[in-house]
Design a protein around this ligand. Structure first.
Ligand code: 4GX
Length: 230
């Protein structure tokens, strides 16, 4: 899968992807991360990419020309989608991440400052996605959230030991508590059931703990789970 990220700060994207599981997936050719900088497409003699808003007001607006020329320079695969990161977008969740993992190419458009000249949206017609109801300074962190969450769904990204079918949202519940050595620490013990090798009992314990936590911490997810059991 290929990600093309349009950003004024390509190092933010590339640096994150240079570690841990992301780096391994890139080295193994499961992932290809490419950045394109709209500033390189500015026709202005000072390479300007933003300007003051028509009608007045605070802040700057990203200019249509550098963004459109940059966008049009990207080679589009047959099965590609363009996403703009924005607080007005569709909320990101596990099912949207699963849908995105079926594309061959994802183009991510990151903004900064007050936002884009509206004509950028009109011409590109991107899908808009939000990572939550709060305001960031730029679209790079949300773009990385999408890259990271989608990448771990791809075959071969996670090892057997980090399987994605066993994570929180595979069954719609919050994760059960986990323990490793030592058996006792400051008087706190690992639950006995995890030590006896009875996997039927262990699975029963883990499901019970997942349900208890989900009911308490995320009643919205708990109700969805209950309805799915019917
Ligand atoms: N989930 N931001 C984008 C610039 C901007 C403003 C308006 C388009 C339209 C965010 C979020 C988020 C801050 C990223 C504003 N771009 N993005 N940026 N929450 O807060 O996705």
């Amino acid at each position: 899968m290929k990600f093309d990220v349009m950003t004024l700060f390509p190092e933010m994207i590339l640096e994150y992807c240079n570690f841990s599981i992301m780096k391994r997936a890139i080295d193994n050719k499961i992932l290809d991360i490419n950045t394109i900088n709209p500033r390189d497409y500015s026709l202005d003699k000072h390479k300007k990419v933003d300007d003051t808003p028509y009608g007045g007001g605070a802040g700057m607006v990203l200019m249509v020309q550098p963004y459109i020329d940059c966008y049009e320079s990207i080679k589009k695969a047959e099965n590609s989608i363009t996403i703009m990161l924005s607080p007005q977008g569709e909320p990101l969740n596990d099912s949207l991440v699963n849908n995105l993992s079926n594309y061959e190419q994802i183009i991510l458009v990151c903004g900064h400052y007050e936002g884009f000249d509206e004509r950028i949206r009109e011409i590109i017609r991107p899908k808009e996605i939000s990572i939550g109801d709060f305001v960031l300074t730029g679209g790079e962190l949300p773009a990385l959230c999408i890259i990271d969450a989608v990448s771990r769904k791809l075959e071969g990204t996670l090892g057997k030991l980090e399987s994605a079918d066993e994570d929180s949202f595979a069954n719609g519940l919050i994760e059960y508590p986990q323990y490793t050595r030592p058996r006792e620490y400051r008087g706190l013990y690992v639950p006995e059931v995890l030590l006896n090798g009875n996997h039927k009992e262990i699975n029963k314990f883990r499901l019970k703990e997942s349900l208890k936590r989900t009911k308490q911490k995320r009643p919205d997810l708990y109700n969805l789970w209950l309805n799915r059991q019917k």
